[in-house]
Write a protein that binds this ligand. Structure first.
Ligand code: ES4
Ligand code: ZN
Length: 324
């Protein structure tokens, strides 16, 4: 099954590029940029990656990205990830990036996007790996700041495939970002949002009704509300589910206890994704393998999951036809 899953052309719809920062590159960039890290060794780093919830992860994740300062740092981050992903059979990646987490440290949008754009071009030409770009707003920061980021991104609007909403979910309802997402819609930028990861089902309704999103990132809490499940099924709304992430952030107790089989049984459009592979124990292949081991899924299920991701990617019809 490992060989089959490795060769299966995989499309990743839910990935935070800052969450692909492996400890080795973390140390390299820290040295290059003169950043002090609270770790003496790689073992120290992994020992710190013992999370109790989303917030305990986010604290470490924002600290890690302080080493990203120049265009070449963002280039190295993305290119390293694209090579690893390509090696495990990923053919297309839709990556979130968090501009506010960099702008607040004095690193501008042009720096971030110069590095990411070069890596995307190289991945396409050298690895045959296509990608999409999702600019995410930090929901635990003020909505006015998100609006400012969206407006200041005007020179880049045409390279954004979507805007997203991430970071600490509880206490930061989608409702807070109605205006920002309304503006994105007016500009013509598609929308996705994290909802129902740790937060209540009401946040999934809000993401649908107030942000007009085409995908729900995570959404695993929807099973608490049969009417919502029926709506998601009827509309064909995609859920970008991240099983290893959910285990590591204690959203679920174990892979065996993960609701993925119920989500599929309910007829929902499910995809499997890695979220933050450097922090949660692996990329797409590790997530697929974990599902095989926990649920005993065979080839046909994985083909369906892979097809769901192709069908719902921000990808032209020609590329979709190539991947089928
Ligand atoms: C995230 Cl797992 C998760 N949830 C919400 N926001 C995030 N940003 C990066 N990873
Ligand atoms: Zn995520």
């Amino acid at each position: 099954m490992h060989e089959f899953l490795k060769r299966l052309p995989k499309v990743e719809l839910h990935l935070h590029i800052e969450g692909t920062l492996e400890p080795e590159l973390l140390f390299t960039l820290a040295e290059r940029n003169g950043v002090m890290l609270p770790y003496a060794s790689i073992e120290d780093v992994y020992a710190a990656y013992d999370f109790s919830d989303l917030q305990s992860f986010l604290d470490i994740y924002y600290q890690g990205m302080s080493v990203l300062q120049k265009p070449e740092d963002f280039y190295a981050l993305a290119m390293d990830y694209f090579r690893r992903a390509s090696d495990e059979g990923v053919v297309h990646v839709e990556m979130h990036f968090d501009p506010q987490a960099h702008i607040s440290r004095g690193v501008g949008l042009s720096t971030i996007l110069e590095g990411l754009s070069l890596a995307r071009q190289e991945a396409e030409s050298e690895l045959g790996l296509s990608s999409a770009l999702i600019m995410a707003f930090l929901r635990d920061r003020p909505a006015a700041e998100a609006m400012q980021v969206l407006e200041s991104a005007k020179p880049y609007w045409d390279i954004l495939d979507a805007v997203g909403l991430d970071s600490a979910e509880k206490g930061n309802p989608p409702e807070k970002f109605s205006e920002v997402f309304g503006r994105a819609k007016q500009i013509g930028i598609p929308r996705v949002a994290h909802a129902g990861e740790e937060g209540p089902v009401d946040y999934i309704y809000q993401a649908l009704d107030l942000l007009d999103v085409c995908r729900i990132d995570h959404g695993v809490q929807c099973l608490q509300d049969p009417a919502l499940v029926e709506r998601l099924r009827h509309q064909g709304t995609v859920l970008t589910v991240c099983p290893l992430s959910n285990v590591r952030l204690k959203v679920v107790e174990s892979m065996q206890a993960h609701p993925l089989p119920q989500l599929l049984d309910a007829g929902l459009v499910v995809t499997i994704n890695s979220d933050d592979p450097a922090y949660f124990g692996g990329g797409m292949l590790a997530n697929f393998m974990a599902c095989h081991q926990a649920f005993g899924w065979q080839e046909a299920v994985f083909c369906k999951l892979a097809a769901n991701a192709i069908d719902n990617a921000f990808m032209g019809e020609v590329r979709k036809a190539q991947l089928y």
